[in-house]
Design a protein around this ligand. Structure first.
Ligand SMILES: Cc1cc2nc3c(=O)[nH]c(=O)nc-3n(C[C@H](O)[C@H](O)[C@H](O)COP(=O)(O)OP(=O)(O)OC[C@H]3O[C@@H](n4cnc5c(N)ncnc54)[C@H](O)[C@@H]3O)c2cc1C
Length: 339
């Protein structure tokens, strides 16, 4: 694709994962001019399979996104592999968008769908096995590891919750206290763990044992190895929100830390800027990200329609028939007629 200097799009979508592409799909089908800029690092890329998306359960994530890209380009959406480095509002409340590759475009509305980064515990072997046999989510990978010997790393109170959730999938779950003392766990937790049949191992986890490209054990300081084929770790979920922060978007506290504050349509506190998917919430699975993107797309289309119509009505009222005004009226009427 050739991007000319300051080419204008009705919508620029930053991030071409599920959330961004879903917004682009609705907007493309509404005949909006849409550019999706994607750096190509979706969160679930390390996983071989994507679970829990009705009709696509088990599909490789890369195949799923390739299919959605094919769908959106069918409606005229433009895709570019690049990274947006800045999105600055201009005097009219629209946006100048700059790319790492050097180009710039103008956007009337912005969708920030940049996802999040999972910061992993610094335990040797964890990063290498991430998304394979080191996992974090019972809903993403739990069924696939049912009945296996599962280890759960205690990093905070959520480790108890994870151990209890995984105990529903396997009778052989061990909670590794790692850097926590036994005394830190309240009696109620010990009782729940015992009731769920979860065993508890004290001592710092020093690393993972991997043989023939498979996790076989969790090694403690001192050398003891507990045989495990799956290791569940907590991650620190950090939104990729530097563009939103630079735009001054308000944040809100979540159990995972601050995330951008959005209304039910995904609109941020900055007029004209929507945020969807994991950029706007730590708990969004693929199906939720698709839903959030879709909803934002619908509301952006309405917002543009009303903005153009109100301007056109105002111009007619004041007797100003600029070529832009005529075009806006014609475009709005044509869209209404074909809706
Ligand atoms: C290992 C693992 C396995 C998972 N498995 C499942 C599963 O089985 N089922 C499920 O429902 N969920 C699963 N998830 C969760 C799933 O990854 C997220 O729900 C989903 O990726 C959220 O989609 P998104 O579009 O918000 O973000 P992403 O998919 O992360 O996409 C964001 C995109 O934006 C791009 N981007 C970021 N910044 C910029 C920028 N400045 N300019 C341009 N592009 C940018 C990124 O490169 C990326 O391509 C899993 C997560 C992990 C970590």
């Amino acid at each position: 694709m050739v991007r000319t200097e300051k080419q204008t799009y009705e919508v620029v979508v930053v991030g071409g994962g599920t959330a961004g592409l879903s917004a682009a799909l609705v907007l493309g089908r509404s005949r909006r001019s849409v550019l999706v800029v994607d750096a190509g690092e979706p969160r679930n890329a390390p996983a071989a399979h994507m679970q829990g998306y009705p009709s696509r359960d088990g599909m490789p994530p890369a195949e799923f996104l390739a299919e959605v890209r094919r769908e959106v380009t069918g409606y005229g959406v433009e895709l570019v592999r690049d990274r947006v480095t800045a999105a600055e509002p201009d005097a009219s409340g629209e946006f100048d968008v700059a790319f790492a590759g050097g180009g710039r475009v103008h956007a009337r509305r912005l969708v920030v769908a940049t996802g999040l980064v999972d910061e992993l515990p610094e335990i040797p072997g964890v990063a290498e096995r991430w998304g394979k046999d080191v996992i974090h989510c019972p809903y993403c990978h739990g069924y696939e590891v049912r009945d296996e010997p599962i280890g759960v790393l205690y990093g905070s109170a959520s480790g108890i919750h994870q151990a209890l959730l995984f105990s529903q999938l396997s009778d052989d779950v061990t909670l590794f206290l790692h850097e926590a003392d036994e005394d830190e766990l309240p009696d109620a937790d010990w009782q729940m763990l015992a009731a769920a049949g979860v065993s508890v191992v004290s001592g710092t986890v020093a690393g993972l044992v991997v043989e023939d490209d498979r996790l076989t054990g969790v090694r403690l300081t001192g050398g003891r190895v507990v045989a495990r084929s799956v290791f569940v770790v907590p991650t620190r979920m950090v939104p990729r929100d530097s563009l939103l922060a630079a735009l001054g978007a308000r944040t809100k506290e979540t159990p995972a830390g601050p995330f951008v504050d959005v209304d039910p349509t995904g609109l941020t506190s900055v007029p004209g800027v929507w945020a969807v998917g994991n950029a706007a919430g730590p708990a969004e699975q693929v199906v939720n990200a698709a839903s959030a993107g879709y909803r934002a797309g619908v509301f952006i289309n309405m917002d543009l329609l009303h903005t153009d119509l109100e301007r056109a009505v105002e111009e007619r009222r004041s007797g100003v028939f600029s070529p832009e005004g005529e075009r806006a009226v014609a475009r709005a009427l044509a869209k209404t007629a074909s809706a």
